[in-house]
Design a protein around this ligand. Structure first.
Ligand SMILES: C[S@@+](CC[C@H](N)C(=O)[O-])C[C@H]1O[C@@H](n2cnc3c(N)ncnc32)[C@H](O)[C@@H]1O
Length: 221
């Protein structure tokens, strides 16, 4: 079986048997390969916008003799989508790009599950999912090789919270504390070097830092 890092294993753990998945921005296709090897009765499309990753994806798929089980597709986001696809996975991209990919496609009525793992700008992703008629069912922070990653699972449904910054991550687990402490440090460093003229961007980061400090200082639930 293919060796998958902890972050992608966490993404895979949110995908069910009996699904038809598109792995958008598949890059090396390691996640697609792992899914076919570990889930029952699934179909997978490994898609990417760029030729180089797709070439590597094809090589990896061939190495594991899965050419018949994984369809490789070159396309931008999910502009073309087989109507039978019911699960969208987008991981390892910026939150703004993930939101754009999802919003560019108006018709998501056949989609039963969207799993995303944004590298940044996660409040925008939460907001976009809700705007598109999805509710966030599960979210977790994964620690992988010293870095913290957010993974979200959403299903069709009504908006379930208003705080796009924390979502349902109000529990002060070790992972959550690590994630938000890192973000606080990153924001603080960005603010140090960001020219004063970027008033709105600076305000946004300061607002985030205020929320994180409050979260870190309040006693555990
Ligand atoms: C950093 S890799 C992430 C790979 C993998 N999904 C993961 O989580 O490790 C991002 C991939 O997204 C692809 N990509 C960027 N924009 C895209 C778009 N609009 N549509 C499809 N793929 C895109 C890139 O070519 C790249 O292979």
């Amino acid at each position: 079986m293919i060796n998958l890092n902890t972050r992608l294993q966490a993404v895979a753990s949110l995908i069910s048997d009996n699904s038809y998945i598109i792995d958008v921005g598949c890059d090396h296709a390691l996640l697609s390969i792992y899914l076919v090897q570990t889930k029952k009765n699934i179909k997978v499309i490994a898609s990417d916008i760029n030729d180089n990753p797709l070439e590597i994806a094809r090589e990896n798929i061939k190495k594991y003799k899965l050419e018949k089980k994984i369809q490789v597709l070159k396309q931008d986001g999910i502009k073309n989508l087989d109507k039978a696809v019911d699960t969208i996975v987008i991981s390892g991209m910026g939150g703004i790009l993930i939101s754009k990919i999802l919003s560019d496609r108006q018709d998501l009525k056949n989609i039963k599950k969207i799993i995303v793992s944004p590298n940044n700008d996660f409040p925008i992703v939460r907001k976009t999912l809700m705007k598109l008629g999805f509710t966030i069912k599960d979210e977790k922070i994964i620690l992988d090789r010293g870095k913290a990653y957010l993974v979200l699972k959403s299903v069709p449904g009504k908006k379930n919270y208003h705080d796009y910054f924390f979502g349902t991550l109000s529990n002060k687990s070790l992972e959550t504390i690590y994630y938000y402490t890192n973000l606080l440090n990153t924001n603080t460093n960005i603010l140090k070097s960001m020219p004063k003229k970027y008033i709105l961007k600076r305000l946004k980061l300061k607002f985030q830092n205020k929320k994180i400090k409050k979260f870190l200082l309040t006693s555990p639930k």
